[in-house]
Design a protein around this ligand. Structure first.
Ligand code: 5AD
Length: 467
């Protein structure tokens, strides 16, 4: 490849604009955002754009953003400002801001980032190729659009547009499938109902067809994605014999021959009724790993958060799942320092946290999100208290995770071989409990399930030998 200084690119490409088509997408936030980015990349590739692996090589930079905490927004804004400061020297360079922060802030972003070219909300990802085509042809014709393209409107059935996958030369082993967009839960701390809109589910047939197509291409593990996957299809499909639409979907996907493993994220504790708990007993492809957001272990705080369950009910769900699958692994989301959280409330969280013995947890310090009910509360918790509580839970998590990994020493765990690790010397895969494992393997084992004897363990990684 030619090494051309960035500030000379403009004059070179202006003569030959169609080559201004190398896109890099940088993603912030959750797996849903990762999946949206992949779908946008696949749509762009279908339109003749090139998806490049490093930011330095791109002519078009798209930031797919997160709003869930203020820090995530500040990070993306800082990045955009830095990029505009440096790359605007190239007049053909295009910067787009997509996703949750684009939705949350819309045209307000122009106060800080007046030179951004494109602001596209969460229901409009599938229009990105059109907007980029427009921007490029306007520049080619020498009549730059002169203002930012902003599209953050709602769009009916936009949930059905996140379906394209990037094909790559290396065999994909594990894939994410979006089954639903939006959220109707109204937790008092959360911006997601604003950024993602009302809960909308995709048709079951389309999801099953997408999964079957992925399996045909070599995928062995599928993770179903949505803001509240357990409420999948509730406005679209009826319960059948006490089985919810979400469990019906799991059954349909389970029947796909060649698929080995099913996971999903994120569920809501309220979605763990008997039908889902029992599904773990009869659907062996359903991995014994559940991400079950707790948020708080204090009933008083759960109520203030508008989370309709108690610590007792949460404990019951964990117990019921462990009764069906004794080796069940749990991860969770916790918020420390929600407004009004006292030392006593936090103790309740800490106790439940220790009792569940989580293998993984995402611990967040409460972040004020303008427009949410709890943002207005006068009893905000001081930052140093949040930090202390954060550290307490992180310490517990490290202990749990290390203990749990140590207990696997000498056991044989099933791994799905995903591919070479970062060094290229060894291979990586995940256990059914979602632990990363590193081992030596022959290339032909990629995409296969294999028994791994665990020889060594760090807090987060297992090391072993394939049988
Ligand atoms: N402050 C801190 N954490 C938050 N989350 C959602 N909103 C906030 C907020 N305002 C966390 C929750 C959620 C996860 C995705 O982000 O734990 O489950």
């Amino acid at each position: 490849m030619l090494a051309i200084p960035v500030d000379r690119m403009g004059s070179l490409f202006r003569k030959n604009l169609p080559s201004v088509n190398r896109v890099f997408i940088k993603t912030y936030g959750c797996q849903m955002n990762e999946r949206d980015s992949e779908a946008v990349a696949a749509m762009l590739r279908g339109r003749g754009y090139r998806i490049v692996a490093t930011e330095d090589d791109c002519d078009i930079l798209l930031l797919n953003t997160c709003s869930v905490r203020d820090a995530a927004e500040q990070k993306a804004i800082g990045k955009a400002a830095h990029v505009l400061g440096h790359r605007r020297k190239n007049p053909d360079f295009i910067l787009g801001i997509l996703g949750c922060m684009a939705q949350n802030r819309g045209a307000g972003l122009l106060d800080q980032l007046p030179d951004v070219d494109l602001i596209v909300g969460t229901q409009k990802f599938h229009h990105v190729p059109d907007y980029l085509d427009n921007l490029r042809s306007a520049r080619e014709a020498g009549v730059p659009i002169g203002q930012t393209i902003i599209d953050t409107a709602e769009e009916a059935d936009s949930q059905n547009t996140i379906r394209d996958h990037l094909e790559s030369e290396t065999q994909p082993v594990s894939a994410f499938v979006s089954i639903q967009q939006g959220c109707n839960m109204n937790c008092s701390f959360c911006i997601v109902p604003k950024t993602r809109g009302d809960e909308r589910s995709r048709p079951m047939e389309e999801i099953v067809a997408e999964c079957a197509g992925l399996v045909e291409r070599g995928v062995r593990e599928i993770t179903l994605l949505g803001q509240i996957v357990t409420s999948y299809g509730r406005n679209r499909y009826a319960h059948a014999g006490g089985i919810s639409p979400f469990v019906q979907l799991l059954e349909r996907i389970h029947a796909i021959e060649g698929l080995e493993r099913i996971r999903f994220t994120s569920p809501h504790p309220c979605g763990f009724k008997t039908d889902l708990v029992e599904a773990y007993g009869r659907l062996p492809k359903l991995c014994e790993y559940v991400h079950l957001p707790l948020q708080s272990g204090s009933n008083r705080i759960l109520k203030a958060m508008n989370r309709p369950y108690t610590q007792e009910r949460y404990g019951e769900i964990v117990g019921a799942l462990r009764a069906v699958r004794p080796d069940m692994y749990f991860s969770t989301d916790i918020i420390v320092g929600f407004p009004g959280e006292t030392a006593e409330d936090f103790s309740a969280t800490r106790e439940l946290f220790a009792a569940v013995n989580y293998d993984m947890a995402y611990i967040f310090k409460y972040s004020i999100r303008t427009g949410t009910p709890s943002a207005e509360r006068p009893d905000q918790v001081p930052p140093e208290v949040k930090e202390e509580r954060n550290q307490t839970l992180l310490g517990l998590l490290q202990e749990n995770s290390a203990r749990r990994n140590q207990a696997l020493l000498g056991t044989v765990q099933e791994v799905l071989v995903e591919g070479p690790d970062q060094t290229g010397q060894r291979y990586t895969g995940r256990t059914r409990g979602n632990r990363v494992a590193v081992f030596e393997a022959a290339p032909h084992r990629v995409g296969m399930l294999a028994p791994l004897t665990i020889r060594r363990a760090s807090v987060s990684t297992l090391y072993g030998e394939l049988a």
